[in-house]
Design a protein around this ligand. Structure first.
Ligand SMILES: *Cc1c(COP(=O)(O)O)cnc(C)c1O
Length: 379
């Protein structure tokens, strides 16, 4: 039997980036500066440029990037934050850690926060919901024009979760022009967890903003709340991106565009090639220039999912589920005001979604194997 086709293939990635990463490690080790120095600064500049924002702030994780963003925007204990029930748990965990109270609106047919429902909820709340935390899930970009006009109209502050959407953009409407995910909210956060499109050799994250004052607060919050050495203006945290991870990320960064193109090619092939009466391929939302972080398909009924996963496993294809438990239904949220139920579309994803491998190190042969494995499923 042919070897397993993995959901992520870090060994192949290492074959590509290993020599450059080792040079980066050598440079940092020999340079003797390991925390908040030139490597982080250089990486932050690169990142800000690629997101089309004025400031990027490297932090220890995507979770921290979200928490610090909310805190920098002035979230106070008990503030309500509107977010999505279908995401990595970290999205909501950041709200809880910052002292906020998460509220959820259902997703649209593509699995992303339904902005129409969000609009209605914000109107009903009459200004009582102070923050909105949408996620550019699966590498798709939410409608940024819509997001921007909603943000203007509702008065809440928006933090975009870009952990899965680095370089994703939206083509815009009516001469608005193409804009990047992360460039529209008051702040945005991304992650360099190893499985992300740009992954570190460990944890890392970043905050993005146009606003110099917010950037300054975020820089303080990541570093014990210091404004200068030993002067603590804020109750901050230790959430610094290591020089080492920054150097490693800078080594991989030049490959990100090609990796993203490869992901897009594989997604195109799946969209054209996978045809099965009991599978629905989740569409790329209109106007989104997606970066295809994940490739979700839905089986037509939840009971079919174990069989489909088993069939792919037998064909040597590893799969994932994003996500099997809705955030409001997580045990950790019990007693925290989260309302379980009432999210029928998100529920459908949690019961019927299966993620196919889409990392850039798949060979064409493997992509064809995956297409055939899907099409050959008895259902
Ligand atoms: C990965 C992820 C996070 C959390 O990032 P970490 O770096 O693992 O803390 C947050 N939101 C989404 C949508 C993610 O995929």
């Amino acid at each position: 039997m042919s070897p397993l086709i993995r959901l992520n293939d870090f060994k192949r990635q290492w074959q590509v980036i290993g020599p450059e990463v080792l040079r980066a490690v050598e440079r940092v080790g020999a340079g003797g500066k390991y925390v908040l120095s030139g490597e982080v600064e250089a990486f932050e500049l690169r990142l800000a440029e690629s997101f089309g924002v004025a400031h990027a702030i490297g932090v220890a994780s995507g979770l921290d990037a979200l928490e610090i963003s909310l805190r920098a925007l002035g979230l106070r204990a008990g503030d309500r934050v509107l977010t999505t029930p279908l995401s990595a748990f970290a999205t909501t965990l950041a709200v809880l850690r910052a002292g906020g109270v998460p509220e959820f609106v259902d997703v649209d047919e593509n699995g992303l926060m339904d902005l129409e429902l969000a609009e209605r909820r914000l109107a009903e709340a009459r200004g009582a919901i102070r923050f909105v935390l949408p996620v550019h899930l699966f590498g798709h970009c939410l409608d940024l024009g819509k997001l921007e006009s909603l943000a203007r109209a509702c008065g809440a502050r928006w933090v975009e979760d870009c952990a899965q959407s680095i370089l994703a953009s939206h083509e815009g409407r009516g001469g608005e022009g193409e804009r990047l995910a992360g460039s529209v909210g008051a702040m945005a956060a991304t992650s360099f967890y190893p499985t992300k499109n740009l992954g570190a050799l460990g944890d890392g994250g970043a905050i993005l903003t146009h606003d110099a004052e917010l950037a300054r607060t975020a820089r303080r919050l990541r570093d014990y709340g210091q404004s200068e050495k030993y002067r603590h203006e804020l109750v901050g945290m230790n959430s610094r991106l290591d020089e080492l991870q920054a150097a490693i990320l800078s080594a991989s960064f030049p490959r990100l565009r090609a990796w993203t193109d490869r992901r897009r090619k594989i997604a195109d092939r799946y969209r054209a090639g996978i045809v099965h009466a009991k599978l629905r391929i989740v569409a790329r939302p209109a106007g989104s220039r997606s970066v295809e972080h994940l490739f979700p398909v839905l089986v037509t009924q939840g009971e079919l999912r174990p069989g489909f996963i088993g069939h792919l496993t037998n064909c040597g294809v590893q799969t994932g589920i994003h996500y099997p438990i809705l955030i409001p239904e997580q045990p950790a949220l019990e007693g925290r005001g989260a309302v379980a139920g009432g999210f029928p579309r998100a529920k459908e994803f949690s019961e019927r979604e299966v993620s196919l491998p889409i990392h850039p190190f798949l060979t064409d042969t493997e992509v064809e194997q995956i297409v055939s494995a899907c099409n050959d499923w008895g259902g």
